[in-house]
Design a protein around this ligand. Structure first.
Ligand SMILES: NC(=O)c1ccc[n+]([C@@H]2O[C@H](COP(=O)([O-])OP(=O)(O)OC[C@H]3O[C@@H](n4cnc5c(N)ncnc54)[C@H](OP(=O)(O)O)[C@@H]3O)[C@@H](O)[C@H]2O)c1
Length: 267
């Protein structure tokens, strides 16, 4: 019988996850299908229970449900600490955060050595927290956020330092991570930090993947920075979820080709 998987969120119609996972199923001749389900806030618990009752094997979980799902499902250690998940194994009623793997692999693909690195994470939402969790043991992590109160709370939670946005211009970092939607299609294509800060760093990582070439990426390139890609993060978080769902090794290259070709169509 065909195994059913999917992604739940709101809005969900632009998700690239179905293209990525269905390409992997086809490549491996796996009898599975991956669908996008529009689930509004307030409907999450019934959606998860309903999906389990219907025999849906696994779900990816995206905005606005990552935090609440971590409370409903049984979290692994990383989810417990981050307070947000993006992958649910419904047969086990467990949830995982594969964004952490996505972050580490995107940096590795870009040849960025994270040991001892001084990192600024811009954004204190789900993606920012996964990034802080991924990097805080390897390097010295700082966080900044539009809403200072939320940024401070996240910094406290992870034992890292909070910096006010207004205080950034005089600071230096090795790596700048954009974990906000600034630069994403539909948002202003501005820089998430002052240009001076980009000029002084040696690497940038923009989690935004649509478009893949944001202003942060272009300015980072201009100053000779190494560039870690949001597209790679998307693929590797998806690959890890695929492995949790199926127990099979994910065909990463196939998944990447499917995503890149879809992004070219959207450009
Ligand atoms: N490449 C990937 O695989 C991947 C995976 C996950 C996420 N992402 C991307 O990462 C970004 C953040 O996702 P998320 O899940 O962390 O979202 P989230 O939980 O909603 O958090 C959004 C963060 O961005 C900040 N923000 C929102 N709009 C802003 C604006 N106009 N100016 C400055 N800051 C703003 C928010 O600050 P406040 O606290 O002030 O609201 C918050 O810190 C999104 O663009 C998402 O597409 C990419």
């Amino acid at each position: 019988m065909t195994e059913v998987f999917g992604v739940i969120g709101h809005p969900i119609k632009h998700s690239l996850s179905p293209v990525m996972h269905n390409a992997a199923f086809r490549h491996l001749n796996y009898d599975g299908i991956y669908l996008a389900f529009e689930v509004r806030s307030g409907e999450l618990e019934s959606a998860l229970n309903g999906a389990r009752a219907l025999g849906i094997r696994g779900l990816n979980i995206t905005i606005p449900h990552k935090e609440r799902a971590a409370e409903i499902l049984t979290p692994d250690r990383a989810v417990e600490e981050i307070g947000a998940c993006n992958t649910a194994d419904l047969s086990e009623w467990r949830c995982y955060n594969t964004d952490v793997h996505g972050v580490l692999m995107a940096l590795r693909e870009a040849g960025i050595d994270i040991n001892g690195i001084r990192v600024l994470v811009v954004g204190a939402g789900g993606a920012g927290k996964a990034c802080i969790y991924a990097l805080r043991d390897a390097g010295e992590v700082f966080v900044t956020n539009r809403t200072a109160e939320r940024g401070r709370e996240v910094a406290r939670r992870f034992g890292v330092e909070f910096i006010e946005m207004e205080g950034l211009a005089t600071q230096s970092f090795d790596l700048i991570v954009n974990a906000t939607p600034i630069g994403m299609k539909g948002f202003p294509d501005t820089l998430p930090v002052p240009e001076e800060v980009v000029r002084r760093c040696s690497a940038v990582f923009d989690m935004v993947y649509n478009p893949p070439e944001t202003r942060l990426v272009k300015v980072g390139r201009k100053y000779g920075c190494r560039i870690a890609s949001g597209v790679d993060m998307l693929i590797y978080q998806g690959a890890k979820a695929f492995e949790i769902f199926t127990g099979l090794k994910a065909p990463v290259d196939v998944m990447k080709r499917a995503v890149v070709s879809e992004l070219e169509k959207l450009a």
